[in-house]
Design a protein around this ligand. Structure first.
Ligand code: DX5
Ligand code: ZN
Length: 220
């Protein structure tokens, strides 16, 4: 079944505990954690301390999306903080192969993503080093943007490539997803749905349940 990964970027950081606790009692297993350095993207979010405090206080799989230059510098720190997966940007790594190898060696899962204007085919050389390909359906940097329709073709492209080659790689889609447009994202072949503002800026528990109701309907 499809899984939801709500992005905590849209949480109320003054009351993070309460936002996270609102997710309890649902089918949720994953939190999407957006780390931004103000250089790779024009925004700064949060870092190790927030991840570590989440790690100590909840059992969710911490799906960590690194919008930072040269993430290879911080793999050990993210491991220590308690991240479960590090997804790095193609454009941010001088030596992407080595970066992915080090993430795998650390015992975390390795994901790969790319900005909307980057050629998707460039990812194919790395498919054997990753457990997740993340399709960005907005320009990375901010929550609350509109879904880019041309990402549907990219999802279909990777769905076919993964299925044809029998790869154990999940497809995650991130940006502008709402309960009102998630159906076409799933139909295109997504396995994991990231939603920030559509979960944490609304009735959190209710929205998570709405998403899982859609996912269950789809898997019938
Ligand atoms: C954007 C982030 C997203 C963002 C999604 O750079 O990677 O994860 O938080 O937010 P929404 O769902 O509001 O577009
Ligand atoms: Zn993200």
């Amino acid at each position: 079944m499809v899984e939801l990964a709500p992005s905590i970027l849209s949480c109320n950081f003054y009351d993070l505990k309460s936002d996270i606790e609102d997710t309890y009692g649902t089918d949720l297993k994953i939190l999407h954690v957006d780390v931004m350095d103000g250089i790779f993207v024009p925004n700064i979010s949060f870092g190790f301390k927030v991840i570590n405090d989440l790690r100590k206080n909840c059992n969710y799989f911490l799906d960590t999306h690194l919008m930072i230059e040269e993430p290879i510098r911080y793999i050990e720190e993210f491991k220590k903080a308690g991240a479960d997966r590090l997804t790095v940007h193609y454009e941010a790594c001088k030596n992407l192969g080595e970066t992915l190898d080090l993430i795998n060696k650390s015992g975390m899962k390795a994901g790969l993503t790319f900005k909307p204007k980057t050629d998707k085919e460039s990812m194919l050389d790395y498919m054997d080093k990753i457990d997740l390909i993340l399709i960005m359906s907005v320009e990375p940097g901010f929550g609350g943007q509109s879904f880019m329709e041309d990402s549907l073709e990219k999802i279909k492209f990777f769905r076919k490539y993964i299925d044809d080659n029998n790869l154990d790689v999940k497809i995650e889609v991130d940006g502008g997803i709402k309960t009102t447009n998630v159906n076409k994202v799933i139909d295109a072949g997504a396995d994991i749905i990231v939603a920030g503002s559509d979960v944490f800026a609304k009735d959190i528990k209710n929205q998570i349940n709405n998403y899982y109701q859609i996912f269950k309907q789809k898997s019938l």
